[in-house]
Design a protein around this ligand. Sequence first.
Ligand SMILES: Nc1nc2c(c(=O)[nH]1)N[C@H]1C(S)=C(S)[C@@H](COP(=O)(O)O)O[C@H]1N2
Ligand SMILES: [Mo]
Length: 232
Amino acid sequence: MAKDSPDDMMAEAGLPQGGDPTESKLIETKRAWAREGRLLTGAAPAAERPRLPPGQRLVTSWPVLDLGIQPEVDTDTWTLTVDGLVDRPFTWNWADFLAQPVVSDTSDIHCVTSWSRYDNHWQGVSARHLVTLAQPQPDAAHVLLHSHDGYTTNLRLAVFDDADVLLATRWEGQPLTREHGGPVRLVVPKAYFWKSAKWIRRIQFINDDTPGFWEVRGYHNEGDPWTEQRYG
Ligand SMILES: Nc1nc2c(c(=O)[nH]1)N[C@H]1C(S)=C(S)[C@@H](COP(=O)(O)O)O[C@H]1N2
Ligand SMILES: [Mo]
């Protein structure tokens, strides 16, 4: 990733990017907060939190991060299994997946390694649709995501079951490339990007939370970027 552009350096130094800094939205927002004494009254409501989480810097490239394996997943043999504590477990093949309703969502990526990338245009099947079909049992409280490279990551069911969580097949109108987790990856905009499992093959509904690959190696169990839940 490019670390040396003026905007990146400005972002790293915590300075507003582009134009007259005194006119920047960030500064105006902070002034408004100061006027209202907002930070004295507790946490700001979600709608008013800064777009860039603390300790992050903006990039325009899209870095690739994985375990050194980028599995070749052919749509001819691709399947997705949804199982565990659900009334209606199922396995989709590629045709089944394509028969589901497609939704679009635009969201920001926040990677724990400190880069953020704004306005990613995703298309895919919504996690909510999948949850509706699977019918989780009352004791289902978490999901464990399994990928073709052996990667796993865990989410609370309430985090997975959100309107902006997608099983994405397209990014910026193009099929998701293999290096970015194609043919299908999860996208969980409200968590650090390690929760967005690439090359997904199984979604397991469970009762007892089960930490995934990075969660057992020191990453935070939840990974909320705005409260800097980086390491557990
Ligand atoms: N299957 C799988 N998913 C994964 C990973 C991985 O190694 N394997 N890495 C995670 C991490 S740490 C990050 S930051 C993002 C990176 O996604 P990208 O390569 O598309 O930027 O994928 C996440 N999902
Ligand atoms: Mo990451």
